[in-house]
Design a protein around this ligand. Structure first.
Ligand code: ADP
Ligand code: MG
Length: 385
């Protein structure tokens, strides 16, 4: 659901009997390129999208928090005492917002009790990070209501801490960084080792392009085990190569790696090493030539994930191949793999043909119909009312 600010403020008053002090919004994100590079201390290039999560919030005079979501309009708010919050101590969706308030205090800030009502237009589980959108909307609200003055980089770390330690998901800092640091018309080039980021121009509209998200709506059962196995392969590769992380292996070093690693570990390493190089190439191309130049890098990224990292699946390959056959400039799977979404970079005039080709290919293969929509680089987290 996605209400207007006025509707959300009215819903808040209905729920909690007071007006909210303000509304804060944070976007989901899509990753243009740089997959499975984050935990190898490498590079990623996400952007904040126009779909966002908004939280209406009001400070209370005590240490209690009440949190509700328009996703569960009939449920009573989840309540918690800030002094009783402990790592892993919250079940269900409320672990995200309460985890942020817990992480905020863990990071040395004092948080007042507050009432929160959350509303979102970010599709859940489609690889657009509705979780980071939720965390970051609460983080910017808490930052202002507590008059803490934390930087957006600090808030990204707070969101990650909440997700890692309260929700229990071992994710990196990409999603929160994109949500907090993104700007309309720009992608966020993030160095996952140093935490440094840089805005890179990505004006799709001016270039006459759309970035389509093709949500396959499948999640294959081996996704969790597959992710952990890939991380282990990367750690093994780095150890055998004698480096702290695969970030430290260059494309030139791969010739040497072939002699040191078993065949499968070598292919896992080659994906990460070439993907890091592709992210850096993408940044150079965006700066010098513009978004249309990205096509071949997206295609190469997909081939690397399909053949070397082996995290694609029939639905993702079908989406990518059908989009390319119908004239997309580039396409690749995005996210952890084994399902989820693909992205396709398409000239505006070709969008109907690409959509139709992907839908037809899914139907011919007897796959569940995909959900296809376009995303644009939008604003990062901020107060909206
Ligand atoms: P995603 O790829 O969308 O981030 P995750 O599994 O990481 O998928 O996060 C989705 C979870 O975040 C949901 O299952 C829910 O617990 C929580 N969530 C996201 N948005 C909302 C919302 N607006 N209201 C309540 N919970 C939400
Ligand atoms: Mg998530």
């Amino acid at each position: 659901m996605s209400s207007t600010p006025h509707d959300l403020a009215a819903a808040f008053a209905d729920r909690f009997g007071t007006e909210p002090d303000g509304l804060w919004s944070a976007p989901g994100r899509v990753n243009v390129i740089g997959e499975h590079t984050d935990y190898n201390e490498g590079f990623v290039l996400p952007f904040a999208i126009q779909h966002s999560t908004t939280v209406a919030a009001a400070v209370r005079g005590d240490r209690w928090v009440r949190v509700a979501s328009t996703f569960a309009p009939d449920d009573d708010p989840v309540t918690a005492d800030l002094d009783d919050l402990a790592e892993g101590g919250v079940e269900g969706w409320a672990a995200y917002p309460l985890g942020v308030l817990w992480a905020f205090e863990q990071s040395g800030y004092r948080c007042p009790g507050m009432d929160l009502l959350v509303d979102s237009s970010v599709p859940v589980g489609a690889g657009l990070s509705s979780s980071a959108a939720l965390e970051c909307s609460v983080a910017v609200a808490a930052n202002e209501l507590a008059q803490a003055g934390a930087s957006h980089e600090e808030l990204a770390a707070i969101g990650q801490l909440a997700e890692n330690r309260m929700v229990g998901a071992p994710t990196g800092i990409m999603d929160q960084s994109a949500s907090l640091l993104g700007e309309a018309g720009y992608a966020v080039f993030l160095d996952c080792r140093s935490g440094e980021s840089q805005l890179v121009p990505l004006d799709l509209e001016a270039a006459g392009l759309e970035l389509l998200v093709i949500d396959t709506r499948v999640s294959h059962s081996h996704s969790t085990g597959g992710y952990a196995a890939r991380r282990r392969s990367c750690e093994l590769g780095a150890k055998l190569m004698g480096v702290p992380a695969l970030r430290d292996v260059s494309v030139q070093d791969l010739a040497e790696a072939a002699g040191v690693l078993d065949e499968e570990t070598f292919r896992r390493v080659r994906h990460v090493v070439t993907e890091n190089a592709r992210v850096q190439d993408a940044v150079r191309l965006l700066t010098r030539e513009g978004p249309a130049a990205l096509g071949p890098l997206l295609v190469a990224s997909h081939a690397s994930m399909r053949d070397d990292f082996e995290i694609s699946c029939a639905e993702l390959d079908t989406a990518v191949d059908a989009a390319l056959d119908a004239g997309a400039l580039g396409a690749r799977m995005t996210g952890g793999g084994f399902g989820g979404a693909a992205i396709a970079l398409v000239a505006v005039d070709d969008v109907p043909a690409v959509r139709a080709a992907v839908e037809d290919a899914f139907s011919a293969a007897r796959f569940r119909a995909p959900v296809i929509f376009s995303v644009l680089p939008g604003a990062g987290a901020a107060r909206i009312a």
